[in-house]
Design a protein around this ligand. Structure first.
Ligand code: FES
Length: 274
């Protein structure tokens, strides 16, 4: 079929089968299409392995200065906040709260694209042949186990609660004891982590939907305000993938920093005191 025929039919909304060659990875694309899925798969695997080891094996050094600064992986430190002391020795706060960030990120619209293209290879990419097995599996949308993705909007509400506690964590870092307050490197690290998480949450598609997504029209009054909010969030939403990765990376950088300080490998410099 000539190109102009295909374009014409597509513009009419008629499905056109592209001349895709079978055989995993075969394509007529000439760019390095595999680099993005490879670094994404590597980053996600590292994140999962690191989190599992940190939570289940190396769960020491999760805070310092008597809970002034707490690792982002173990925050909110609910066991400490709720004064729960009679828990089993192997238990830590991350075991109780990580299902929220995992549930929120795991059902994220962008994350779905990432795991479909990296771990599931269904599809492998635009105009790239996927593994033969996946042609028979096909893509059936959000059905079966994937129906769980629909809880994303509810996970958003829980993520907003976690985000609020993260900001509280930042305020806690300014309490230097004996009535003095200040800003240390730990404050900056947790501050940056909270900011990136705020951007990730506020660029969420479900978050945007809250502000006027369900309205038929935005004209005047409250609907006009919601319309402008929707357009503003849309401008941030365009960069959702950027906020996804930077906020994720900062969780681990923050954890490494807290871990290193609590083990006396490095110190937490006070930058400002009043
Ligand atoms: Fe990614 Fe909601 S769509 S966090």
């Amino acid at each position: 079929m000539a190109n102009w025929d295909r374009e014409h039919l597509s513009s009419l909304g008629i499905n056109v089968k592209l001349p895709l060659r079978r055989g995993f990875g075969r394509t007529q694309r000439i760019d390095n299409w595999w680099t993005e899925p490879i670094w994404m798969a590597t980053a996600l695997t590292l994140a999962l392995v690191y989190t599992a080891l940190r939570v289940l094996v190396w769960d020491g050094g999760i805070h310092y200065d008597d809970h002034r600064v707490t690792s982002p992986i173990f925050s909110p430190d609910v066991l400490h906040m709720l004064h729960i002391t009679n828990h089993p020795g192997w238990m830590n706060s991350a075991m109780l709260i990580l299902w929220i960030p995992f549930g929120f990120r795991g059902t994220c619209y962008y994350m779905r694209r990432v795991y479909h293209r990296t771990f599931l290879q269904n599809p492998t990419g635009c105009m790239i042949a996927k593994p033969e097995l996946n042609y028979s599996v096909g893509y059936k949308g959000e059905r079966g186990l994937f129906i769980l993705n629909n809880i994303h909007r509810y996970m958003l509400y829980l993520a907003i609660i976690i985000l609020s506690i993260k900001f509280y964590d930042v305020v806690l870092t300014t309490d230097l004891g004996e009535g003095s307050r200040g800003v240390s490197i730990g404050t900056l690290i947790l501050g940056i982590e909270s900011f990136l998480l705020f951007m990730y949450v506020s660029s969420c598609h479900a978050f945007r939907h809250i502000f006027g997504g369900g309205m038929d029209r935005w004209r005047g009054g409250v609907s006009g305000v919601f319309g402008s909010l929707y357009r503003s969030i849309s401008r941030v939403n365009v960069h959702h993938s950027f906020w996804f990765w930077t906020s994720l990376a900062m969780v681990f950088l923050g954890d490494l920093f807290v871990w290193a300080v609590s083990e006396n490998i490095i110190g937490d410099q006070i930058l400002l005191e009043w």
